[in-house]
Design a protein around this ligand. Structure first.
Ligand code: ZN
Length: 152
């Protein structure tokens, strides 16, 4: 597959080999499981949401599951990016990430990038957008995160 090497940048491989925040949180931690049947990916997200000085905050996150390197690295990078962040900031980051993946908002409109929301390492996943079938892999952890947040 030509061009695939673009996907597998070092940062993605690193997160695949050494996934961050791997594990589980005991009940009643908000928890969701997401599946991407097209690729066989599964992601499990456990959250700890507490009331902090900036409002509700994702004070801890654990990620489980299995699947391709894109799905697992994206979830690992996500967990690193959102841990300790206020829920409002987390939601803004999800929106920014979806925009990078060319996923429209809930009204079917393009998401304009908000320059105040920093993607950091997540930019390494930008190349995925060239491979539409892999976008579902990259976004799986993020959709699962939103489901878990709804339970918080
Ligand atoms: Zn996948």
């Amino acid at each position: 597959m030509p061009g695939l090497e673009d996907l597998y940048r070092e940062i993605i491989l690193d997160h695949h080999r050494n996934p961050r925040n791997r594990g589980e949180l005991p009940p009643p931690a908000p928890h969701a499981v997401g599946h991407n049947p097209l690729c066989g990916d599964e992601i499990e997200v456990f959250l700890q949401v507490t009331d902090g000085p900036e409002g509700l905050t994702v004070s801890d996150i654990k990620v489980g599951g299995q699947g391709c390197s894109i799905s697992q690295s994206s979830a690992s990078m996500m967990s690193q990016a959102i841990k300790g962040k206020p829920v409002a900031e987390v939601q803004a980051l999800v929106r920014r990430f979806k925009g990078m993946m060319s996923i429209p908002d809930e009204h079917g409109n393009d998401i304009e990038p908000d320059p105040s929301v920093k993607l950091g390492d997540l930019e390494a996943l930008q190349g995925v957008v060239k491979y539409p079938v892999r976008i579902k892999c990259a976004i799986l952890g993020w959709n699962t995160l939103l489901e878990a947040l709804e339970q918080a």
